[in-house]
Design a binder for this molecule. Sequence first.
Ligand SMILES: Cc1ncc(C[n+]2csc(CCOP(=O)(O)OP(=O)(O)O)c2C)c(N)n1
Length: 552
Amino acid sequence: MDITGAQLITRFLERRGTPFVAGVPGGAVLPLYRALDDSQLPHVLARNEQGAAFIAQGYARVAGRAGVAIATSGPGVTNTVTALADAKSDSVPLVLLAGQVPRALKGTDAFQEAPTGFIVDRITKAHFEIGSAAELAELLPEAFRIAESGRPGPVLLDIPKDVQTERVTLAGIPDPVSPTAAPVPNPNQIARAAGLIERSQRPVLYLGGGVRISRAFADAQRLAETASLPTVTTLMALGTLPPEHPLALGMLGMHGAQHANRAIDECDLLIAIGARFDDRATGKLAAFAPHARVIHIDADPRELGKLRRPDLAIHADAGAALRALCAMLRPTLRTEWLARVGKLRRTYPARIVEPHSLSRPQGLIAQIARLAGPDRAVTTDVGQHQMWMAQEYPIRNPARWLTSGGLGTMGFGIPAAIGAALASPETGALCVTGDGSLLMNVQELATLADLQLDVKIVVFDNGGLGMVRQQQSLFYERRYTASGYPRGTSICALAEAFGIPAIDLGKARDPQAALRRAFAKAGPVLVRAPIHADEQVLPMVAPGQSNLEVIA
Ligand SMILES: Cc1ncc(C[n+]2csc(CCOP(=O)(O)OP(=O)(O)O)c2C)c(N)n1
């Protein structure tokens, strides 16, 4: 067959069953947009390329397959930088098709030319400068293979405009390549791990995003139950054990449960699976699990020993390792240790704050959870509302819990919810955001209005940048520099301007009924929920301190 580079791209995307591409057109990708018009591929027109890349991420995080975004050369690509870095941090498979100036103009400071490869080098898993349409035939399948294999991540193809129009003769559209098989754990190492677990007196299982990536939730629960392991999770792995499970200690770290941090402090064996000893989880590293031997299992060998030297390092996919361990371990009862953990739980209980009041974050979250139901994908933005959600929302399906964990990107929530709802339109999505984060990608409300997806957005409006204010309150002498908005934005009027119906709980005579109405309505709805500016996320460990030095 004789086709153009652009046709090759669209035909390949169709062939691999890509459900949609999200992007914003521009000069250097117009040949690709011409080919899209001849294809069956749905295109989601975002309002900013950062939004497009987060929409693709939202899909990828729910579907466990690479999302695809398109950006034109220069400013189009630079707008995606935050979303690429975010995908790298949280190991999300993403393929960005980036336009570039024609080959003859490269390096001439041409109109809308940016040095894409240099800009994205450290924030992508791989990037390729495409030299010809023939090269595309090889590198398209390779881009998806890399994005989805091992520890997933973002891959960028830098495609000059004249490569998109160049003709190439091929025997057929290339076949998609399956992701490279995950590394299988070494049986001797698994046997050693099983021995360490059986001999330990006070083990703790520490689960991270790797468990989410390999969708190994049932395996993780089985390991915890077989070996009686109190289990803590990172922000990314929340919900791996149901919140009410007797072995679930909840989230560890800066805003984690005190009993979880204390159990880690007392443990003699820490079994870290798909977790990367992030500073928000460990607090002061030298004081983290000080009496413990460490087994560290990860699909990315660079994580093993990066921050804490393990006594046993196993390079393996989380799911494969969990299954191998379960097969080898004898069931163990740990009456004494579980009694001690139970005592920690009673001594340091989670705070119960007016569960029925919609004016307090915890009460609001309880009500939202009831109305949203168990199947909806849940996204957050970044700030206090994100941590309240992590602490309070009953996450039952970690694959449907989407939050920017590693990079902590404000502006993630709305486009990620659009992508999640595209991945699963029948269940829809809930986005809990802050009045600061909302404005970082507010333009994607227009995209949402186009698509009319079932996305419910709840804005926790505390009149500013709450998490910044909290840190200023606790650590900067209450100097609230630049953390409060001098003039409020009419959030509901803003949503309505984009075509999204809005409900203001601050103005509703019966806020409970108004919230119920919002969730009962079909299609997208935005709810503004006023929150007092002095509300804080507690407990909190000051950055850089030991997880035992808690402000509660
Ligand atoms: C893009 C980006 N810029 C700045 C920050 C730093 N930051 C972290 S939380 C926060 C405040 C968030 O405010 P809001 O979205 O209103 O949430 P709240 O904390 O009030 O719940 C800021 C500015 C960030 N995480 N991301």
